[in-house]
Design a protein around this ligand. Structure first.
Ligand SMILES: [Zn+2]
Length: 647
C-alpha cells in the first residue's frame, strides 16, 4: 500500500525555518483507536472525550444553577432607575457580571452536551433553554446599558472619575462609544422584544434569529436524492455527507453528488430565497432602526470595526485573483482534465494515504510547529490546565456535531471539539482550534470579566497564525518526500482558496445582497443565483466552467445568517499568514506584540491593535502577502508535478 517515494531533498525557498522534528510518538504496542463517524459515542475511549465536569457535575447541577441564574437576573431589577449614582452602579455591575458568568457557563455546558449526540433530546432541550435564558438576560439587563447611555457628559464624567468604579471604566467608556445610537425608552423596549442583538456581549453567530431557525428547519425538510458512491452503491445524500462525496476521487461520484445536491436545492429556491431575504431585511431593519445607513456599518460597529475593512478585503482580492486563476489551471493539469467544474474543486490533488497522522502524533507536530511562539505559550498549551486535562473531544461519533469549534466562558477552562480522522487536515484543524483556545486562555488570564473578550477578527487571526505555523513546520518536516510535500502544499493552497478567496466571495455576496435590501430591490432566487454565479465567474476566472445550478450554492450556506461574520475569516487568515511568517522567521519583537495583542481588553479597537502588532487591515498588504504565498506554493507544486511526470 505504501508507495512512498524517496527523492533528493527539494529546495523550498518559500519557508524560512526548517525545524528538525523528532516525532518520537511510537505507541507501538498500544492499540490505536480507529476514528469512525458511525461509532456510538460510548465506544470512543474516555481519554479522547472532553471532561465537561469543570462546568457542571451533571444535568441536575445544571438545572439547579439554572434556577439560581433566573433569580440572579431578577435581582438586577432592584437597581432600575438608580444607576446615575456610583454607590448603586457598582453593585449593579458586580451582580450583572456575576449573572453573565453564570448564563455563559450554563450555555457552554448545554452547547457541549448538545453537540455530543444530537439524538439525546434532553440535551437539545437544555441548549434551547440556555438560549432562551441568554435572550431573557440580555433583554432584562438592557436597562443598565440604557441608563448608562442616557447620562449626559457631565454625569458620565463624574461617574468615571469615581474611584470605586475604576474597574469598570473601560467597560463603561466602550459602552458609551455608541451612545448616539440609543433610542427613546419605548423604542428600546420594542427593539429588545424584537430580539435585537446589536449590543449583545457575545458572538452573534451564537444567537440564531428566528429566521435562521426557519432556514435550519427548511434544511431538515428538504428531500435530498440518493446518489451513487464509489462502489456504485446507492446512498442517501445528506447535508453532512455531501462534502465527502463532493471530494470523491471518482469524477462521476463527485459530479453526481454536486449535481444532485444543487439540483435538489434549486427545487426549493423560492423558499430559501425568501428565508435569506428575510434575514437580510431583518439585519437592515435593525441597522436602520439605530440610524445606520447600511447593515454592515451597524454589525461591524459592535466590535468597533469600520466597514472599510470588509470593503478593502474585497477590493484587494479583486486585485489579486491571478493566483486563483492559476490554481484552476494547475488543478486541470494535475487531475488531467480539459475543463474544471465546481465538482472538481474539492477532490484532493494527491491521495492522502501516506498522510495518516494519529492524534498524538498530530499534537507532537503542533507542539514542534509552535516552538517559535516561545516556551511560555507552548508549555501553557500542553500544560495540565489545557491539553493536560480533558480539554478536547477528539473523535467523531454518531450524532456528534460535525466540524470543529473552541468554546470558552470567563472563569472556566477553554474547550475544543474536533472530528479528528487522522488526516493532515485534521491536524491543521486542531492547530486552528487550539489557537482559539490559547487566545481565550491568554485573554481570560489577563482581563477581568468586564474587559475580557475580543473581536472575531482577532479571534480568527489567533487561530490561523497557528494553522500557518503548522503548515510551515510540516513542509520542512517532509522535505524530500515529494508526495507528502505535494499533499501539504495542496492543503495550504486549499486553505487560502477556501478561507480567503471563498470567504471574500461570501463577503462580497453578503454586501451585495444587503445592498439589494437597502435599496429596496426585491430579493428573488433568480437574483441571488445570478449574483452568486457572477461572483464565481469573476473569482475563478475564464478557465473555470460554471454549470447550470452552480449559482444555487448560496442557498445552503449557514454563514449568511451570521450577520457579517465571514469577512473575519478571510482577514484573519491573511493576517495569520503575515504574523506567522514573521514569527517563524524568528522576529521575536513581532511575536511579543502578537501575544500582547491576544491579551488586550475587549474595548481596544481591533483594527488599531492589529496595526500596532504589525498588520494593517485598511491596506492591501496582508492580502497581497497571502496571494504571493499562494503563488509561490503553486510554483513549488508545479515543480514537484513536473518532476513526478518525468520517467
Ligand atoms: Zn476559527
Amino acid at each position: 500500500m505504501d508507495t512512498r517515494i524517496s527523492l533528493p531533498t527539494v529546495a523550498l525557498g518559500l519557508f524560512l525555518a526548517a525545524t528538525a522534528a523528532s516525532s518520537a510518538f511510537a505507541a507501538a504496542n498500544e492499540t490505536v483507536y480507529k476514528p469512525d463517524s458511525n461509532a456510538p459515542r460510548a465506544s470512543v475511549p474516555e481519554k479522547y472525550k472532553w471532561d465537561v465536569s469543570g462546568f457542571f457535575k451533571d444535568s441536575a447541577a445544571w438545572s439547579a444553577a439554572f434556577v439560581e441564574a433566573e433569580k440572579d437576573i431578577l435581582v438586577l431589577n432592584a437597581f432600575k432607575g438608580s444607576l446615575g449614582e456610583a454607590k448603586y452602579l457598582k453593585p449593579c455591575l458586580e451582580d450583572y457580571f456575576k449573572a453573565r458568568q453564570q448564563v455563559d457557563r450554563l450555555s457552554a455546558y448545554a452547547n457541549m452536551k448538545a453537540s455530543e449526540d444530537d439524538s439525546l433530546l434532553p440535551y437539545q432541550e437544555m441548549s434551547q433553554r440556555a438560549l432562551g435564558l441568554g435572550n431573557r438576560f440580555r433583554s432584562d439587563a438592557s436597562f443598565i446599558r440604557q441608563e448608562l447611555l442616557r447620562l449626559d457628559e457631565d454625569a458620565a464624567a463624574k461617574l468615571l472619575a469615581d474611584e470605586s468604579l475604576a474597574p469598570y471604566r473601560a467597560y463603561i467608556t466602550d459602552l458609551r462609544r455608541r451612545r448616539s445610537r440609543l433610542l427613546g425608552t419605548e423604542a428600546e423596549r420594542v427593539l429588545s422584544l424584537a430580539g435585537e442583538h446589536l449590543w449583545a456581549e457575545t458572538d452573534l453567530n451564537e444567537i440564531p434569529s428566528d429566521i435562521e431557525q426557519v432556514f435550519k428547519a427548511v434544511k431538515k425538510d428538504i428531500q435530498l436524492p440518493k446518489v451513487k458512491d464509489e462502489d456504485g452503491k446507492e446512498v442517501q445524500l445528506t447535508f453532512s455527507n455531501y462534502e465527502k462525496y463532493r471530494a470523491s476521487k471518482k469524477r462521476e461520484v463527485r459530479k453526481g453528488a454536486v449535481e444532485a445536491f444543487l439540483g435538489a436545492l434549486s427545487k426549493y429556491e423560492a423558499i430559501l430565497a425568501a428565508t435569506l431575504g428575510g434575514e437580510v431585511k431583518r439585519d437592515v431593519f435593525m441597522a436602520r432602526a439605530r440610524g445606520y445607513d447600511r447593515s454592515i456599518e451597524a454589525y461591524l460597529d459592535r466590535q468597533d470595526v469600520p466597514p472599510s475593512v470588509a470593503e478593502n478585503l474585497v477590493a484587494s482580492v479583486h486585485q489579486n485573483l491571478g493566483p486563483l486563476h492559476r490554481y484552476v489551471e494547475l488543478r486541470k493539469k494535475i487531475l488531467g482534465l480539459k475543463d474544471l467544474h465546481l465538482y472538481d474543486l474539492y477532490t484532493a490533488l494527491v491521495p492522502s494515504a501516506d498522510a495518516a497522522i494519529p492524534y498524538e502524533a498530530g499534537l507532537e507536530d503542533i507542539k514542534d510547529a509552535l516552538e517559535p511562539m516561545g516556551e511560555g505559550y507552548v508549555s501553557a498549551l500542553f500544560g495540565k490546565d489545557m491539553l493536560g486535562r480533558g480539554m478536547v473531544d477528539v473523535y467523531p461519533s454518531k450524532g456528534k456535531d460535525s466540524g470543529a469549534f473552541a468554546l470558552s466562558a470567563w472563569g472556566f477552562p477553554p474547550m475544543v471539539l474536533l472530528n479528528y480522522q487522522d488526516d493532515i487536515k485534521d491536524v491543521s484543524t486542531a492547530a486552528h482550534e487550539l489557537g482559539h483556545a490559547m487566545h481565550a486562555k491568554l485573554n481570560i488570564a489577563a482581563q477581568p470579566i468586564q474587559d475580557s473578550g475580543y473581536s472575531s477578527l482577532i479571534a480568527e487571526t489567533a487561530s490561523t497564525t497557528n494553522e500557518m505555523m503548522l503548515a510551515r513546520h510540516l513542509i520542512a518536516k517532509y522535505q524530500g518526500n515529494d508526495k507528502m510535500q505535494l499533499y501539504i502544499l495542496g492543503r495550504l493552497v486549499e486553505s487560502i482558496r477556501t478561507t480567503i478567496y471563498r470567504q471574500a466571495l461570501f463577503t462580497e455576496f453578503e454586501l451585495k445582497v444587503h445592498g439589494y435590501a437597502e435599496e429596496g430591490t426585491p430579493i428573488t432566487a433568480e437574483l441571488l443565483n445570478k449574483t452568486y454565479a457572477d461572483l464565481v465567474k469573476l473569482y475563478y476566472g475564464p478557465g473555470f466552467t460554471v454549470d447550470k445550478d452552480d449559482g444555487a450554492e448560496w442557498s445552503y450556506i449557514p454563514h449568511f445568517y451570521w450577520k457579517h461574520y465571514v469577512y473575519s475569516y478571510a482577514c484573519g487568515l491573511a493576517s495569520g499568514i503575515s504574523f506567522s511568517e514573521k514569527i517563524v522567521a524568528g522576529d521575536t519583537a513581532t511575536r511579543d506584540r502578537y501575544l500582547a495583542m491576544l491579551a488586550k481588553p475587549r474595548e481596544a479597537h481591533p483594527v488599531d491593535i492589529m496595526r500596532e502588532a504589525g498588520v494593517d487591515l485598511l491596506k492591501p498588504e496582508a492580502l497581497k502577502a497571502a496571494a504571493k504565498l499562494m503563488d509561490e506554493t503553486l510554483t513549488e507544486m508545479e515543480g514537484l508535478v513536473a518532476k513526478q511526470s518525468k520517467p
